[in-house]
Design a protein around this ligand. Structure first.
Ligand code: ZN
Length: 163
């Protein structure tokens, strides 16, 4: 079965930055599962997956606009330690560190710019914003979506939405 509109796709990936360093990969977990054609995936990656079959491996290099977006200016915010996803620990933060902040949409990764006594100044750009990234992808499984998945607009089960 090939990857096309309304198929549920399971894949593994390695994500490299411009220097070729692996910054993220999926091999510690079950494969990533998503519903194709419903904007659940980075647009450039979704386009590259189109037409592939289980067992296919390929690499795709994406400019920032097709990956994690351009670096936006004026994205620095002051947050209190309480807003950190792990509750915050005094003295354990340094500029350049990536920390997780609680938001209405779930935890979000931000970059520490400045450390204060009770607060942090953080840049809320995605840590990979402004970067060209390369995905090495291995397609694991392709199946038809259930009517329920189509009505929700996302995949269910292991690696997908659990509810
Ligand atoms: Zn659902």
């Amino acid at each position: 079965m090939v990857i096309e509109q309304d198929k549920v796709v399971a894949f593994h990936y390695r994500l490299r930055d411009e220097g070729g360093e692996v910054v993220e990969h999926s091999y510690d977990h079950p494969p990533v599962v998503y519903l194709h054609g419903h904007q659940n995936m980075l647009p450039g990656l979704e386009r590259a997956l189109e037409g592939h079959r289980p067992g296919d491996s390929f690499s795709v290099t994406l400019p920032p606009e097709q990956a994690y977006g351009l670096l936006r200016e004026n994205m620095v915010q002051r947050i209190s330690f309480k807003q950190l996803a792990n509750g915050g620990r005094k003295g354990s933060y340094r500029p350049g560190m990536i920390v997780r902040v609680k938001t209405d949409l779930g935890p979000q990764e931000v970059t520490v710019v400045k450390v204060g006594l009770k607060s942090l100044d953080v840049d809320t750009n995605h840590p990979l914003a402004g970067k060209t990234v390369t995905f090495a992808v291995e397609v694991v499984e392709v199946r038809g979506a259930t009517p329920e998945e189509l009505s929700h607009g996302h995949a269910h089960g292991t690696g997908g939405h659990q509810h």
